[in-house]
Ligand binder design. Structure first.
Ligand SMILES: NC(=O)c1ccc[n+]([C@@H]2O[C@H](COP(=O)([O-])OP(=O)(O)OC[C@H]3O[C@@H](n4cnc5c(N)ncnc54)[C@H](O)[C@@H]3O)[C@@H](O)[C@H]2O)c1
Length: 281
């Protein structure tokens, strides 16, 4: 099948952290230009270095790398004028996400697709109560970590234009993602896997090593749920769990209590060298 043409214009990414810099790499990997925006100069600098690091790992692929420009939010207005897509990758804080989405809706041309990469706030929840000019172009585009995980979930709200969803699914595919269309508001299956894992651990059913081993053996995944939670960071997992518990009735307390105990005893995952597992360096 032919590769669909890349839309004219650039992709603007708001937030040059863990996810933003990875998205800058992906969206510039087929000749398209990207503008990476962050409040912090250091994050922009580190983000660009990370893009080059990922590019050098793919040197053998003879890719047509696009330009990655860096910008401070003060020049957002002009950077958005030729964007076909803008993705917010700011920290997981609802008020901040709502502020950024409102600003993007205000400044971006009416056909620019606006996407949120939030892990735990669905797009319906983010835009609820906001006064927006063009909400039919707003949707969720949630990707995973680490970067070799190519899955990305595209989820609209009830008024999202199906053409925006189709265009993004198509473009994600031609930029190396494995896109999935989430057809209704959902907080996801990964949430259930984490929660059931934590519940089993809190009940003393098995050890993290045993859960990961059986998961990998049966489902043939490279990592088990405990290894994956260590990658994300147990404090981040707890924030996400707390949000799920606030938004859905019947979520058990034990998984969050178990995480809280781990965090209190200094287990944050790979980021501080100890989570479910110990990490050298
Ligand atoms: N880290 C993961 O594994 C992961 C996986 C999937 C999805 N996500 C989602 O991606 C989003 C970002 O997460 P992250 O881990 O990249 O966060 P991060 O903390 O690494 O990066 C956030 C960046 O946003 C910048 N920022 C904050 N306010 C800003 C503003 N107003 N304008 C421009 N930049 C601003 C910060 O300076 C920082 O560089 C979150 O919604 C998270 O749920 C993260």
């Amino acid at each position: 099948m032919d590769t669909p043409p890349r839309p004219a214009g650039s992709v603007v990414i708001i937030g040059a952290g863990t996810q933003g810099r990875r998205l800058a790499f992906m969206w510039s990997s087929r000749g398209g230009s990207v503008c990476l925006v962050d409040l912090q100069e250091q994050q922009l600098h580190d983000g660009l270095s990370y893009v080059h690091q990922l590019r050098s790992a793919e040197a053998s692929l003879d890719r047509n790398w696009g330009e990655v420009a860096l910008a401070h939010p003060t020049s957002l207005d002009s950077k958005l004028q030729d964007a076909w897509l803008v993705v917010e990758c700011v920290p997981e804080n609802l008020a901040l996400k709502q502020k950024v989405i409102t600003q993007l809706d205000d400044l971006a041309p009416k056909d620019t697709i606006i996407a949120s990469n939030s892990s735990s706030y669905g797009i319906s929840e983010i835009i609820a109560g906001l006064n927006l000019k063009q909400k039919s172009r707003i949707l969720s585009a949630h990707c995973y970590w680490p970067p070799e995980t190519s899955a990305i979930e595209i989820m609209g709200h009830k008024d999202t234009d199906p053409a925006a969803v189709s265009l993004l699914l198509e473009q994600c595919k031609s930029h190396g993602f494995s896109p999935f269309h989430v057809k209704k508001d959902s907080i996801g299956i990964w949430a259930a896997i984490k929660r059931e894992t934590l519940l089993a651990l809190s009940e003393g059913v098995c050890t993290p090593q045993e859960i990961d081993a059986i998961f990998k053996d049966v489902l043939k995944t490279p990592k088990g749920p405990c290894e994956q939670m260590d990658v994300v960071g147990l404090d981040v997992v707890l924030d996400i769990e707390n949000h799920y518990a606030d938004s859905r009735a019947g979520v058990p307390d034990e998984p969050r209590e178990y995480l809280q105990k781990m965090i209190h005893s200094g287990h944050l995952g790979i980021k501080n060298g100890e989570g479910f597992y110990k990490y050298a360096g």
